[in-house]
Ligand binder design. Sequence first.
Ligand SMILES: C=C(O[C@@H]1C=C(C(=O)O)C=C[C@H]1O)C(=O)O
Length: 252
Amino acid sequence: MSFLNAKPLIQGLDVDPRVSLRLEVPSRLLGGLQERAFDVALLPVIDYQRLEGLRVIPVGGIGCDGPTLTVRIFSKAPLERTETLLCDTDSHTSVALARVIMAERYGRRPTFVDLTDDLANDPSLPRLLIGDKVITDEPSDCPHQIDLGQAWKELTGLPFVFAAWMGRVDTSLGNLPDILAIARVKGLAEIEQIVARHAPIHRWPLPIARQYLESYLRFEIGEPQLEAIRLFHRLAAKHEVFSHLPWPLRVG
Ligand SMILES: C=C(O[C@@H]1C=C(C(=O)O)C=C[C@H]1O)C(=O)O
């Protein structure tokens, strides 16, 4: 995964001869797992419900326990009036989470339109942005905003998980889970170096990048995170993000 927030999970993997690392935006990963272009991916958690036969490898993920800083809806008008929401096409989980939050919190079922659509040129429309661009290209004059991690915490009391390491149940991974778990521990111990090396490339101010990786994001996948993924899948089904009963979460 190509965003700054994935770096602590892949620290050292770019030079590890045992793995071959590819960086893609979140929305491109499901296709890669489907075509077996890679064995594991930091897959958006909603995509688990879009391809049968996946499993969560609970050695790391990108989550939060409250605000995220980088998954936000920006609007010029109060959000309870939202009819159309422009959505970042890099994202899958965040779009589904926006649907859940708009419905549960505001009783709204807006039409979701790709940010690549012509409509996106209309600056008056609210938009969901994720990832580095929220920091580097924050929209101006949007007094009405929500951070979806914070909205989820207020709704459920739980942490949230945007993406987690996943693979197919029929792909045997050998010692890859251990390699990934060690990369995470190494990454979390080396946030300072990660920030110094990657923040300028991703155009993040250094202190914000440090605070983001150290205080806002969570990289572990434990029982509360798995519970949050299950609840998110149930709420996403309730609000018709997908049209089958949620598949039980396979872990390990
Ligand atoms: C917190 C974030 O989480 C991301 C959001 C994802 C999604 O919406 O599908 C997937 C991976 C994460 O990068 C972010 O990128 O801002």
